[in-house]
Design a protein around this ligand. Structure first.
Ligand code: TXA
Ligand code: MG
Length: 352
């Protein structure tokens, strides 16, 4: 299959180009598009065949449902059973935006779209292209991140092509995404509500509305947890992992740098090619084969923007090991550290 490339330069929105993409979705096709978080791969959420094609294209396990995207909050009512007062407050304050909410779903939702669960994940994205596409397609769009299962989520159209060129009908190239990590997932189908995946909306911000919000143990774990008790199917699947092993070094900045310098020397002495994911403050200290800065340790917005691109870039031919610096877990840091810990397969060294 040839993947149609549709180039749109924001902020200029080209209705005709978006209609082309909307028509493909209406006909049961697969279209990748930018959102404010990462690129998504969209299909009509009410078309069973289209949804099954989504799973196939991404090689995604059939037990891990996609997020359903809608143009506006009112559109959730036919899809869900109940919207609590708490949910309404969250929707008011954080939608459109990088927040996904889990509800019990109505009978209207095909079981393939929710992989037989009794709940559905819904988000109203905040990106002009995504919103125009949702309006013009006039259907809910199921959209997991537009990467091959297991790879870092795509933050540019180029990343989508690397993974899915020839396997999807079209790709809207709208430039690099702004936030760089996926949406925060909050389960409202249980009481108290639980944060299942940290993302673009910080836990601290959600707490101001949901004072009883709990963090699922998977969110902040520093060790691999047993896979039996997963509340979110995505938790148990391997994710964000480059081909070379990643070692994450956590602790105070100076201790981290010292540890990474020692590890670099050891690996180089044994003939290994080393890549380091550093920060602006530490980048110059390293003499590895590849050194990339994620951004300043004091500006996690930039670190989040760069993270997935750099995980792809350090995954270069010949690299034997990737040494990554940990950052703070405050604000966006919780999402960043969750992705880095997963990428490292929980191979974490504490430097003191
Ligand atoms: O920012 C984002 O959320 C991006 C953009 C494209 O919107 N989408 C995204 O989708 O990251 P995906 O499919 O890669 O991740 C969806 C996550 C998975 O971890 C999945 O397990 C979880 O949401 N999820 C989906 N439905 C669920 C449900 N009913 N209960 C619990 N978790 C669910
Ligand atoms: Mg994903």
């Amino acid at each position: 299959m040839k993947t149609l490339l549709i180039k749109i330069n924001p902020p200029g929105l080209d209705r005709k180009k978006i209609q082309l993409a909307a028509d493909i979705i209406k006909r049961g096709g697969l279209v990748a598009f930018p959102t404010e978080t990462v690129y998504g791969l969209g299909a009509d959420a009410l078309n069973t065949n289209a949804v099954l094609r989504l799973f196939e294209a991404k090689k995604r396990p059939f037990d891990n449902p996609p997020i359903v995207h809608l143009a506006d909050p009112e559109a959730i009512y036919p899809l869900v059973r109940h919207v609590s007062q708490k949910a309404k407050q969250l929707m008011e304050q954080f939608w459109p935006g990088p927040l996904t909410l889990i509800f019990k779903h109505s009978n209207m939702v095909p079981k393939q779209t929710v992989t037989n669960l009794d709940t559905i994940a819904i988000r109203i994205p905040n990106h002009p292209i995504t919103r125009a596409l949702l309006k013009q397609a006039n259907c809910p769009i199921a959209a997991p991140s537009a990467n091959l299962s297991g790879k870092p989520s795509p933050t540019t159209a180029q990343h989508v092509l690397e993974d899915l060129d020839g396997y999807i009908d079209a790709l809207i190239d709208g430039g690099a995404t702004e936030i760089g990590v996926e949406s925060t997932v909050v389960d409202l189908s249980v009481d108290p509500p639980v944060l299942l995946r940290p993302g673009g909306t910080p836990y601290e911000a959600l707490k101001t509305v949901l004072d009883d919000l709990k963090l699922h143990p998977f969110v902040q774990t520093e060790v691999e947890l047993s896979l039996k008790k997963t509340a979110s199917p995505g938790m148990k699947h391997k994710h964000y992992a480059p081909k070379a092993p990643v070692i994450l070094v956590e602790g105070p900045q100076e201790a981290v740098t010292t540890k990474i310098l020692t590890l670099t020397t050891t690996f180089k002495q044994t003939g290994h090619k080393v890549a380091v994911l550093a920060t602006d403050e530490t980048q110059k200290a390293y003499q590895a084969d590849i050194v990339k800065s994620m951004g300043s340790r004091f500006n996690l917005v930039i670190v989040a923007q760069n993270l997935f691109r750099l995980l792809r870039e350090v995954d270069a031919p010949g690299v034997d090991v990737i040494l990554a610096e940990g950052v703070s877990t405050e604000g966006l840091g919780l999402a960043i550290m969750n992705r880095l810990r997963k990428a490292a397969g929980y191979h974490i060294i504490k430097a003191n």
